[in-house]
Write a protein that binds this ligand. Sequence first.
Ligand code: C2E
Ligand code: MG
Ligand code: MG
Ligand code: MG
Length: 289
Amino acid sequence: KAKASGRNRFQVYDETLGEAHGDSRKLKDAIFNAMKNDTFMLHFQGVFNTESGRLEGFEALLRLSDENGKPISPDVFIPVAEAMGAISDIGAWVLDQACAFSAQLPGDIFVSVNLSPAQFAVGDIPTLVRTALEKHRLSSSKLELEITENLFLERTEQVVAELAELREMGISIAIDDFGTGYSNLSYFCDLPITKVKIDRSFLAGWARGEAAAKSVLQTIMTLCRNTGMVVTAEGIETTAQADYCRSIGCHQLQGFLLARPAPAGDLEPLLQKLAIEGFVLDMSEAGDA
Ligand code: C2E
Ligand code: MG
Ligand code: MG
Ligand code: MG
């Protein structure tokens, strides 16, 4: 009897384990299959000038679907890809595709690419970037790289040297999700950062009337003004948020109000307009964009 119940307990335990295991196993399989079958996708989300509404660039956002075609959030699969040591290969693919898209864009429209700290641990990022630029005959001014504050947790000389080299090449470097990581304000003084992207949680907090979010926004603006950073506000969903960001001097806006992330093919009409007349978003009509 004791043996039977022991076995039962073991089976329950085993099943639970199996389930948890199966979940991450499924994720790993989805990632592995997407790499093997080349089914990762990139979407691009417009970034607009706060004052004029002019399109200034796009952020490249990675997309993965499960076997039923249901999208898996990058916030879920990127950490798994990092843990399985796949983020460097995936990141190289993202960079290549983003450069290919950027090369089709008119004028000085940039494309920004998110980099995982794990990519810095594995490869030589300046060499990777230089190779991609050369392959697509792309000017460095048309590429921007987004890093997070957590990259500076291990602020090795190697990371700092690679960022400096990228800046020397003419690549813009943005701090993404600013204010949510382990902030070390010293990099404002001694690192080659050109842009700050304010995390959307602060704009969401502001919209809920939170005083703390408002003072964080104002503080970030003061800091960035005094250090000459370009500021992009993320997660703009309402005209009230857009108007507030304009009033505090944010340079660029990004969010569902202005444009949703979309595959390059769907951006064709917008890009044709841009090529002809210089596209300017009418924010009162935004949302249809
Ligand atoms: P992120 O770099 O901060 O990208 C912005 C995220 O906010 C995107 O989520 C975008 O779809 C979403 N977003 C844009 N506007 C709005 C809005 O108005 N409201 C709301 N609620 N959300 C908005 P997404 O595409 O799910 O990506 C999540 C995160 O995954 C990214 O955050 C980035 O950290 C990471 N990620 C995405 N693509 C890549 C990639 O190619 N490489 C790496 N390493 N990370 C990536
Ligand atoms: Mg980003
Ligand atoms: Mg962000
Ligand atoms: Mg993020």
